[in-house]
Design a protein around this ligand. Structure first.
Ligand SMILES: Nc1ncnc2c1ncn2[C@@H]1O[C@H](COP(=O)(O)OP(=O)(O)O)[C@@H](O)[C@H]1O
Ligand SMILES: [Mg+2]
Length: 504
């Protein structure tokens, strides 16, 4: 189906329309003409038959059948349309007729005139011919009735002739219409055909083709618009090519840097694994070394103790002082080694995770620290509704212990005050231990979490490992620790514990 079918469609439509109109006109003309001619025939027939009735009265009354017969014979001869005449009396008995072969019985009692009627008309078929029978009563029917049959044949012939003429005209119109339609359709379809050819070329990507513009009408304008569209398409295609090229370039670069990133990531993962491994090895080493160091240290402590006890008298003041220093130092060294052991155990030894209520942990811590709290008249505030968390409860107890003991220790106020709190708005709980103590300068916020890092203090008990242990434990739970503090006002240490089960 192409442009040809459009042309054929227009042709078929035009011809079909002409044929349809022609048929309608022919039918209309034929019926109207038949009606009019029939009307004429009736008119003429009635007046002829009436005249015949008038002139027959005398002959009937005088019963002069011969004259009557002659009269009707003459009458029939003189009028071409009359096929037959017959007169019957009141009772229906045929008096005279013009049938050469005798009166046909099927015409008996046809087209009867009702009393009071001037005439009666009936279409019949006699001798295979359409006949209009007109009956007129003579002296109001008292004497008889005249029947005259008028042939409808001439009428039909006339109608047929006229219709044939009309059909001829229609055929001529059909030919003229056909020619006009061909001219008309090719005038419209040719530019459309050209346009379609161009569109087909464009659709397969050939933008070099242009539509032919031959007229200034709508089709011409369509051609101009189409050509503009082709130009824009060409333009766009150029731009798209540029974009595609730069996009491809970008994709190349991105994939190159992604590969680079992947390589770096892999290296990082390897390095990370190695780091974890060497950390574990370090922890193991620390554990073993600390453990082994304790033995000679115990020896130093014990023998220094013996020295002080047994040879006290033999030593002068200086000697005693040196031994005290040795004892103090070995004690301090024991504490340092203990802390190192604790720290290495966090990742070295595994302890079970379980659901534990933080209130339970804090009550234990509070009991353990009751002496320290009381001796400094320190108020420790613990909320009632603490959550249950999935944790290594021994370690979390250590965390709270270390933080609370710091809050007690590093406090110079008359009424030391410690407050525990939490919030659970996110996917983790954030706990805090807040005090109104001496505070920490911002520049030390990082340093205090490093092992054995202490700010200048008089306190001889501490080793500087407490916060490092806290940090390590919280890290093992998948959380983080940070500090907020103002010198002279107080310190708050925050740490998080994830809500869903997690352990590192
Ligand atoms: N609540 C606090 N208020 C003020 N300073 C603190 C507080 N907690 C810790 N610090 C400072 O951080 C240092 C490190 O703390 P920590 O690791 O617990 O070691 P230690 O308590 O043994 O000295 C402490 O020496 C102290 O100077
Ligand atoms: Mg401490």
């Amino acid at each position: 189906m192409g442009i040809i079918s459009l042309r054929n469609r227009i042709l078929f439509m035009t011809l079909g329309l002409i044929v349809l109109l022609g048929v309608i006109v022919v039918i209309f003309v034929k019926t109207e003409l038949t009606k009019a001619l029939l009307f004429d025939l009736q008119d003429k027939g009635i007046s002829l038959t009436k005249h015949l009735a008038d002139i027959s009265v005398n002959d009937i009354l005088t019963e002069n059948r011969l004259r009557l017969q002659m009269q009707i014979n003459d009458y029939k001869e003189s009028t071409r349309e009359i096929k037959y005449i017959f007169i019957h009396d009141k009772k229906g008995k045929v008096l005279v007729h013009t049938f050469r072969k005798g009166f046909p019985s099927d015409l008996n009692k046809i087209n009867e005139v009702k009393p009071g009627e001037e005439y009666s008309i009936q279409s019949i078929i006699a001798d295979k011919e359409a006949i209009l029978d007109i009956a007129v009563p003579i002296l109001k029917g008292e004497t008889g009735v005249v029947h005259a049959g008028f042939s409808e044949e001439p009428l039909n012939l006339t109608v047929d002739k006229k219709v044939r003429f009309l059909v001829g005209i229609i055929i001529v119109i059909l030919f003229i219409g056909n020619g006009a339609a061909i001219l008309f359709t090719s005038a419209i379809t040719k530019p459309i055909y050209n346009l379609t050819k161009t569109a087909e070329q464009v659709s397969i990507g050939n933008l070099e083709q242009k539509a032919m513009v031959t007229t200034g009408d709508e089709i011409g304008r369509l051609g101009i618009t189409f050509n503009k569209m082709i130009d824009e398409l060409k333009n766009d295609r150029g731009k798209i090519k540029e974009y595609t090229e730069s996009l491809e370039e970008m994709i190349r670069k991105v994939s190159a840097s992604r590969e680079e990133l992947d390589r770096t990531n892999k290296k990082l993962q390897i390095a990370n694994k190695e780091l974890i491994k060497s950390n574990e090895e370090l922890d193991e080493f620390t554990y073993v070394v600390s453990h082994d160091l304790k033995e000679p240290l115990r020896g130093i402590g014990a023998f220094s103790g013996f020295l002080r006890q047994k040879y006290r008298d033999k030593l002068d003041e200086k000697g005693k002082h040196y031994i005290d220093i040795i004892l103090d130092s070995s004690e301090r060294m024991r504490r340092l080694i203990d802390d190192l052991l604790k720290l290495s155990r966090i990742s070295y030894g595994e302890t079970p995770f379980e659901y534990t209520n933080v209130s339970y942990i804090l009550n234990e811590v509070k009991d353990n620290l009751s002496y320290a709290l009381e001796s400094k008249k320190c108020v420790l505030e613990i909320p009632d509704d603490l959550p249950t968390v999935y944790c290594d409860s021994t370690r979390i107890r250590e965390v709270f212990h270390n933080l609370i003991i710091n809050a007690i220790k590093y406090n110079d106020k008359d009424k030391p005050h410690i407050e525990i709190g939490y919030n659970g708005h996110n996917d983790h709980y954030t706990f805090h231990v807040k005090d109104n103590g001496i505070g920490i300068e911002e520049k030390y916020f990082d340093k205090i979490f490093h092992i054995f890092q202490r700010l200048e203090r008089d306190d001889k008990e501490g080793t500087g490992a407490g916060l490092t242990i806290v940090k390590r434990i919280i890290y093992k739970h998948g959380g983080r620790v940070w500090v907020e503090s103002k010198v002279g006002e107080g310190t708050t240490i925050f740490f998080t514990i994830p809500k869903n089960k997690r352990r590192i």
